[in-house]
Design a binder for this molecule. Structure first.
Ligand SMILES: [Zn+2]
Length: 207
């Protein structure tokens, strides 16, 4: 889980935009439609542009933007928590959307990070082909490595398009994954404080 996914951004083996568009045309034909009809003629180009946004996370290394941390914490030694960070990812098994929200907590050591960086961290890992377990672990492991806090907690709740719209068609099923490190793993009261704060059992909320 600690291994970072290799990317081929800028690598010579990466297909060209034209090749990617041809692949989309092939999929349209495979679905049973005519990629040359008027409504679909621009679709391959649009899909490839959408891919640039959905998978923008391959071009970024979160360790770089997280390096800018604040060392002056003025004695603050309580939990820092950012909850309900919405994200859209895509599952690596079906390339179907994963709609989720992440909750991140950490107990600072001697540095803290701007909260927008936490949201960006989620975004970078979400904008790759993923499984929910890996996004969860990557966020927690990266924060632990860069901030060296006393503890990190990450909980992700998400619905998976491959399950809501195909296969078993479970529209309401939400998957919950978590990774607790340091104090959140070792101290039940710290973990409980985090879990209460994110209101995980507030099951009336929809993802
Ligand atoms: Zn899937």
């Amino acid at each position: 889980m600690n291994k970072f996914v290799k990317t081929n951004i800028g690598a010579p083996g990466r297909p060209s935009r034209a090749e990617a568009e041809r692949a989309v045309s092939t999929l349209i034909r495979w679905a049973g439609d005519d990629p040359d009809r008027e409504g679909l003629s621009e679709t391959p180009a649009r899909v490839v542009r959408a891919y640039e946004q959905w998978f923008a996370g391959y071009g970024e290394d979160p360790k770089e933007f997280l390096q800018r941390t604040f060392k002056e914490v003025a004695g603050y030694d309580e939990m820092v928590l950012l909850r309900d960070i919405r994200f859209v990812s895509h599952c690596e098994h079906h390339m179907a959307p994963i709609n989720g929200r992440a909750h991140i907590g950490y107990l600072p050591g001697n540095r803290v990070v701007g909260i927008s960086k936490l949201a960006r961290l989620v975004e970078v890992y979400a904008k790759r082909l993923q499984i929910q377990e890996r996004i969860t672990a990557e966020i927690a492991n990266t924060l632990e490595r860069v901030l060296q806090p006393q503890g990190v907690a990450v909980v992700i709740e998400a619905t998976h398009g491959c399950m809501t719209s195909r296969g078993v068609s479970q529209r309401e099923a939400t998957m919950v994954t978590s990774r607790m490190l340091g104090a959140f793993r070792d101290r039940p009261e710290t973990r409980q404080e985090f879990l209460s704060a994110i209101d995980l059992r507030g099951t009336t909320r929809s993802v």
